[in-house]
Design a protein around this ligand. Structure first.
Ligand code: 5GP
Length: 217
């Protein structure tokens, strides 16, 4: 999937994955990236989990029931999908393909299972970033501050965090979110560097040839 890049050199869009245990600050970092990085578009997942207060259907998630989700799976409409906290989550394929072919990069907030599936399907186009909390106490504090979930749900998320953490070595980059501004700067640097990778910049041969022709004159 090729389109013109920011500097006029043709490039393939990349798939930028942010994963972390919930509460490690991934949602904030995603929001900051979308605000400040042109050419990056969020992949909106479908889920069977109930909507939380303040969430918007079609923007935070596509909230669907289980039969609808299963129909999407059966029709091959999902690029990847997984069960997380007893609910189904998946990435609709069509918007991702449309964004990539329009030369946009796509940001994914998905778990390790989805990351593995994306990587199996499109390894050269996938950049995997894992966000770690600085400590367990910090993670618990953030889950409580978020105040969107009951104590029972928070306990479940803390125990699941241990399991999610065990997949850290399947990622290309690890960012410890001690301070949100520093973590953001790190994530942004990763995106910027990955955008410059030679093998993604399919128009470089042509660009350099043109330069050579100009120099020979
Ligand atoms: P939450 O319910 O807190 O919004 O999300 C719970 C977990 O599901 C998070 O770790 C999030 O990254 C993951 N998740 C959200 N959407 C998807 C998706 O489309 N696919 C996969 N595999 N995981 C997802």
């Amino acid at each position: 999937m090729v389109a013109s890049g920011f500097d006029g050199v043709e490039r393939r869009g990349l798939m930028f994955v942010l994963s972390s245990p919930s509460g490690a600050g991934k949602t904030t970092l995603s929001r900051m990236l979308l605000e400040r990085e042109p050419g990056l578009k969020m992949s909106v997942s479908a889920t069977t989990r109930p909507m939380r207060p303040g969430e918007v259907d079609g923007s935070d998630y596509f909230f669907v029931d289980k039969p609808k989700f299963e129909a999407m799976v059966a029709q091959g409409e999902l690029l990847e999908w997984a069960t997380v906290f007893d609910n189904l989550y998946g990435t609709p394929r069509a918007p991702v393909e449309a964004a990539l072919s329009a030369g946009q990069d796509v940001l994914f907030d998905i778990d390790w299972q989805g990351t593995q599936q994306l990587h199996q399907k499109a390894s050269v186009d996938v950049v995997r970033v894992f966000i770690l909390p600085p400590s367990a106490a910090d993670l618990e504090k953030r889950l409580h501050t978020r105040a969107q979930d009951s104590d029972e749900v928070i306990r479940g998320r803390m125990s699941r965090a241990t399991h999610e953490l065990s997949h850290w070595a399947e990622y290309d980059y690890i960012v410890v979110n001690q301070n949100v501004d520093d973590a953001f700067a790190e994530v942004q640097s990763i995106l910027k560097a990955e955008r410059l990778k030679r093998e993604r910049r399919t128009g470089l041969t042509e660009f350099v040839r043109k330069l050579q022709r100009q120099l020979e004159k």
